[in-house]
Design a protein around this ligand. Sequence first.
Ligand code: DNO
Length: 357
Amino acid sequence: MKATLRWFGPKDDSVTLENIRQIPGVVGIVSALQEIPVGDVWQKEAIIERKKIIEEAGLDFMAVESVNIHEEIKLNSPDTPKLIENYKQCIKNLSEVGINTICYNFMPVFDWARSDLAKMLEDGSNVLSYDKNLIEGKTPEEMFNEINSNSKGYSLPGWEAEKLPILKNLFERYKGVTEDDLFENLYNFLSRIIPTAEEYNVKMAIHPDDPPWSIFGLPRITTNEKNIERILNLVDSPSNSLTFCTGSLGSRVDNDLPKMIRKFGNKIHFMHIRNVKIHEAGKFDEASHLSSDGNVDMYEVVKALYDINFKGIYRPDHGRMVWGEVARPGYGLYDRAMGVTYINGLWEAIIKENKNK
Ligand code: DNO
């Protein structure tokens, strides 16, 4: 498997490509043109420009995270056909530039949600944290404003300022939308774009919902083994695939991660590897990548990847803020660098152990 880091681009990230290049074993970058409004076509020139910057730093642009899905598609409104045509054009343009893995998610309204973007731990580091009681005690608008005022000036995907004025209306429109409706709308999207993805040899890798349960009464479906299986069966194609995120799925104790990795096998094209410390159902902190710091057994995760002969890309996911670093929440340099180093160590050991058998 190949190690990458997520990078938010020249204007939106305090971590530089030069820094990333110095992390042992990291060969690639996962990035997105998040300045392009959701629903618009990503023009080839813009993709080429980002790729050039990455390559000049000695790295490869290996996957896009994410080409986000417009709410109108998730709601399957009359605007859907036109937006789907734009999405197909993005797939085509990315493939023609040599990018064949597209991560996306199908979470209504918000992307990942946390009640605290900088919870202080005993060792003085701080982490993203989730407490259902703090979330449920707020209105979506309060949550939205709180996240944006604590994001250190960064625009977080799914929480873009443009969303605030339409938030009420979106919630109105999601009223009565059930999980089954959302599966249906996802089917409607996939059945139309997957033929294009196949033609251009692109893997559409759906990201689990984070957290993997309903928030503010909104339906969420990419949450557990059964639902992911249902999603992968909606359209039977190698292009209908999965981003397996150990942190998102791992915040539910009933998700058996190594078992799920073995089950979904070659449907996994992209791995997000991080750890979470669950305090009780609906209450967790993100943790360092080390197994003993959280509930995810990293050795078992990496072993399962070895067993499925995983050849895709992975990235360490959110890290803690350590050593006084100030960066985009979850995306500092230091803790992610420690994470990747640790995972590469497990990988090397598992390969050698098995060779000597
Ligand atoms: C959190 C990430 C998510 C993820 C998107 C995928 O930092 O794991 O933002 O990238 O949900 O579309």
